[in-house]
Design a protein around this ligand. Structure first.
Ligand SMILES: [Zn+2]
Length: 362
């Protein structure tokens, strides 16, 4: 176990290893000072926020006469088709309505819909997407349509936003807007808009400081990534980094600085590991639903095996197939890494991990 307690293992990347752009300075057997525990690259990715959206049931009919009168008086003014409130909005299928993204990424916008009339709702013929940049005027996104699903959700795939050159960050609000309904009671015919979601897009070309530091090693691998610097540990929790569905690649710089013996190359390799998670996410469609498929597929390929002719690398307690996949993808780029969830990348795993960098699914 002594070996397992040390942070010294430099994995030989498997036969597919590409040119090592971040060769590690640490040689096997030389444990960095102050790093006597096995450290994993990041927080194991959780499934928080992926609970399926269940649109609430409408209020039961009013029971008292007074309430009935109010309800019937309001009835004509109620729209034929409406959206539930902001808390039922989703970005990429997750339960948040604000997010940070890098320039060059799009989102999937979901809102929940309802109708006040009968078992066969009167639906709008079209649902458009509107956007506004930095609080400006709402305008319709040409050629973008949302689809009204049977299960209470309206969904739209919104194309990538590209930041204006020279502008560091822009906040884009998106909402759904229905085409006016032409059927049903006249007073109830109208166009309705959903509550918005809000996405902060960061221009990677304008990154400075630690954002630039951690973007540099992934600029060619994940050019559309956003780097969030977590100063409170709120996003990364107990770990030093995470690929967050809400905030993108997130680095806790203060806790990364804590192990004094860790090389800069090792720290940068963590950003590459997170970039591999980003590839996993987007190669599988960039939604919560795709992530579940990814997890299942990862478990078919990535296994906790050990190098038959090399050092025994201990498994982290939160070892998971998709973490191993991100490790193997990282090793292809770095030639090894100080931080690992453990186990060995066999040739099949390395070949599968290599597909991530080609924007393909394994
Ligand atoms: Zn990870």
């Amino acid at each position: 176990m002594t070996l397992g307690r040390r942070l010294t293992v430099v994995l030989a990347a498997a036969a597919l290893s590409t040119t090592s752009t971040l060769a590690l300075a640490t040689s096997a057997g030389a444990a960095p000072d102050g790093a006597d525990d096995v450290r994993t690259p990041d927080a194991a990715v959780s499934v928080d926020g992926v609970a399926p959206v269940v649109a609430p049931v409408l209020d039961a009919p009013a029971t008292t006469d007074a309430r009935s009168k109010v309800a019937s008086a309001q009835r004509p003014r109620r729209p034929l088709f409406a959206f539930w409130g902001q808390k039922y909005n989703r970005i990429d299928g997750f339960g948040f309505s604000t997010a940070t993204r890098g320039s060059g990424t799009g989102i999937e916008l979901t809102a929940a819909w309802k109708t006040y009339r009968g078992a066969t709702p009167i639906k709008p013929k079209k649902v458009f997407v509107q956007a506004r940049v930095d609080g400006g005027k709402w305008s319709r996104m040409k050629g973008v349509r949302a689809t009204i699903g049977k299960r209470g959700l309206v969904k739209a795939s919104i194309p990538a936003f590209v930041n204006t050159p020279g502008v560091a960050a822009q906040t884009v609000d998106y909402r759904l807007k229905t085409k006016k309904i032409k059927k049903g009671p006249r007073k109830a015919r109208r166009s309705v808009a959903s509550k918005p979601v809000s996405v902060r897009f960061e221009n990677q070309a304008m990154y400075t400081g630690d954002q630039a530091r951690f973007y540099a090693p992934i600029a060619n691998l994940c050019p559309n990534a956003a780097i969030t610097i977590d100063t409170t540990g709120e996003i990364t929790g107990a770990k030093d980094a995470v690929f967050s569905w809400q905030h993108g690649i997130t680095m806790d710089v203060a806790s990364l600085a804590a192990p004094t013996g860790e090389t800069e190359a090792s720290k940068l390799a963590i950003a590459i590991h997170e970039c591999a998670h980003m590839k996993q996410f987007y190669n599988w469609g960039g939604t919560a639903q795709g992530w579940k498929t990814l997890e299942a597929r990862s478990a078919e390929i990535f296994v906790p095996d050990q190098n038959p002719s090399g050092p025994v690398i201990p498994l982290a307690s939160d070892w998971a197939p998709l973490e191993h996949a991100a490790d193997c993808a990282t090793f292809l780029v770095t030639g090894g890494a100080q931080r690992t969830y453990g186990s060995w990348c066999n040739p099949t795993e390395s070949a599968a991990a290599a597909l991530l960098w080609q924007n393909l699914r394994y």
